[in-house]
Design a binder for this molecule. Sequence first.
Ligand SMILES: Cc1cc2nc3c(=O)[nH]c(=O)nc-3n(C[C@H](O)[C@H](O)[C@H](O)COP(=O)(O)OP(=O)(O)OC[C@H]3O[C@@H](n4cnc5c(N)ncnc54)[C@H](O)[C@@H]3O)c2cc1C
Length: 497
Amino acid sequence: MNQNINIVWLKRDLRITDHAPLQAAIRAGQPTILLYCFEPSLMAHPNYSERHWRFIWESLEDMQTALKPYGCQVLICHNEVLPVLSVLQEEYGIRQIFSHQETGIKLTFDRDIAVKKFCQKHRIDWQEYDQDGVIRGLKHRKNWVQYWRKTITTHPMIKVEMTHFQSFEPLYSIYKKIKGETLPKAITTPHPDFQKGGALLAWRYLKSFTEKRATKYMQQISKPALSRQSCSRISPYLAVGNVSLREAYQWAKTTMNTSEMKWQQKNFLSRLRWRSHFMQKLESEWQLEFEPTNKVLKALDRDYDEILFAAWAEGRTGVPMVDANMRCLAATGFTNFRMRAMLVSFATFTLWQDWKRVSKHLSRLFLDFEPGIHYGQMQMQAGLTGYNTLRIYNPYIQAEKNDPDGDFVRKWLPELTNVPTPHIFRPHLMTPMEQTFYDCIIGKDYPQPIVNVEENNRKYRDHYWQYRNSPATKAMLPQILELHCIPNDGRSDAMWE
Ligand SMILES: Cc1cc2nc3c(=O)[nH]c(=O)nc-3n(C[C@H](O)[C@H](O)[C@H](O)COP(=O)(O)OP(=O)(O)OC[C@H]3O[C@@H](n4cnc5c(N)ncnc54)[C@H](O)[C@@H]3O)c2cc1C
């Protein structure tokens, strides 16, 4: 068999800058296919929904535009990777595959193991590169910070010499064998209410943030309406790799240097570091998708209540700040960190619902779904690590603090449009006369709260601490801290989160 083509397997690295696999393929100097597969198994996975694939489709369209001057394009298949590689191997012979490492869910982990076996069988050299400051198979964090600094903060950008790229296009008869079904229209048609994918927009978001929008970053980071402008909003772009973490970090480091921006810069850069910190947790322990960090806390045994879960998921709990955030997320794919934490706290403590079910629902809604951050944060907010400070949120207080005029709540709950601010966060306390005045009959136009929030928070907090304080839970801590926390860095793990 003549092994005469190479492949750059694109996964969550949809850009042509700072791209180690692409540059390595160029250096290898062989005819090369740039390949992206919309994998049906991953598309059907309960963590994902249409919005993620649309963002990826848009990112690929943007890449095609960027690649045009170099006379090449991405070969897009709607098919599993292995059958695609098998056909290409059979027809042309593959010499090398270049890709970025992926810190993903079990499904992609298993798929990578299968690809590795395939490569071994056919003597294909598969080269993988880190882009996230994450170390494969790490069992302790002793040197992690140094590694992270070296790869992300000081490592020069990978210069991609596209003019030397030797593009290879398979014959159409062969492409027909691997391309799969046409993608659904809902994926290939833009949606005006969501951020649009692509490196061009990733940089537009990043630059507008570092030049201007960041001036109120920390003051507004928890405000559900204002944070949409004053946070960077680069999370979905990082999740699919429209911009690399190194690019984002080094750009912000060199551009946000005015006295006005210094504090904002420090906080933004910390969050980029937390991103890797959380991804490393999942990389070190893939089981975090399924099990609590502290295994003893499996015994918490939360409920599966269809009625309570559906009310939370559909934004009709009768607690306006929860419902407004849920409806906003469903419509736009974004809400800020504090609001996400509050939604998880409400579902897993106030309603005492199973965390994995909550997690799946949210990951389908978050346009920026990033498994490492998502599972780590889910576990922290649901109290499953056994060592982080636990915060059980009161959504009424969060509303008063972060949406004091009720504008965000009114925007997403039109049934409360006429309710004045003193009643907006607890409309169920209005008298029947007030309900008539303000066009909002509780139980008809807007629900009664499905539970008594303060009572439930107290009840489940006490229940939770019985487990959290148990000797068995505490006995697990040394090995958890060893695997997941950063020692000798002059800061506690909590400060990284
Ligand atoms: C339950 C829960 C689930 C989450 N799931 C995700 C997820 O799937 N994907 C995701 O990107 N973020 C997730 N986050 C973290 C955070 O809410 C988002 O990163 C942030 O809201 C994205 O907006 P931004 O890009 O404007 O953030 P900025 O505040 O501008 O931060 C810049 C970047 O830093 C990283 N970052 C920010 N906050 C955190 C954090 N607390 N931990 C780790 N990294 C952080 C993100 O990559 C973000 O894009 C989750 C938080 C919670 C509480």
